[in-house]
Write a protein that binds this ligand. Sequence first.
Ligand code: SF4
Length: 243
Amino acid sequence: MLSPSEMKDRMLDLAKQDGFIDGIFNYCDRWCDRCEFTQQCRNHAFGEEAPPPEGPAFWDYIHNVFEATMLMIKESMVKLEISQEDIDKYTHEDDDPAKHPLYHRAHQLAFTMHAWLEKNKPGPISCEEDEIVVSVPENNNMLSDAIDIIYYYNFFVSAKIYRALLSDDNYGEGIIQNDSNGSAKIALVALDRLIAAWSILMENQSKYEDEILKFLISLAEVRNQAETKFPYARKFIRPGFDR
Ligand code: SF4
């Protein structure tokens, strides 16, 4: 396994190679199994070198990735003459995204929906495993796909909203291509897909119609709040995905 220092060099080496779309992995949904850009993604190329997640070497690998990233950050800070004091100066408790009502709502909703799914959808909770849909008729591919989508994006949305709120960018003043809008854009894309997936579930599970309808209303409210908070997010052009 590469040491953190070697891993850092490997990351920098990949960053210089042609044939990749710059920054594509910053605003994707990280669902690589369904991505059409795996061959043009540096993150995917780097991840292909990782040991299998079920093996003991995996967590050592993750630790080394973390150390390598910290090394890169420290070197960049030295190069750009940024000190820890400079960073502390811009960190205000009032700006904590975890306290923002939009994040709070999205986060709570994800936990509520997850608890509902756990109760009403027996089987292991993994989009990789078909057992997740044991209560779904085998021939209903659309329904099983909808359940995969719900599980995949359920916690993803609040994580991306958190990142959008975390950024120091000026998200309300007409600047489109910044990290806030990019993160908010992928959160909105995920919300759109979640809403579509829950709608399919509702159509197929009429006995749960009222409960699912409440989730749909809540998801639509979170989406409206996110669009209000980040009015330019939908216009953000994600590298590779938006043309
Ligand atoms: S761009 Fe595609 S391949 Fe790369 S990390 Fe995102 S989902 Fe995975």
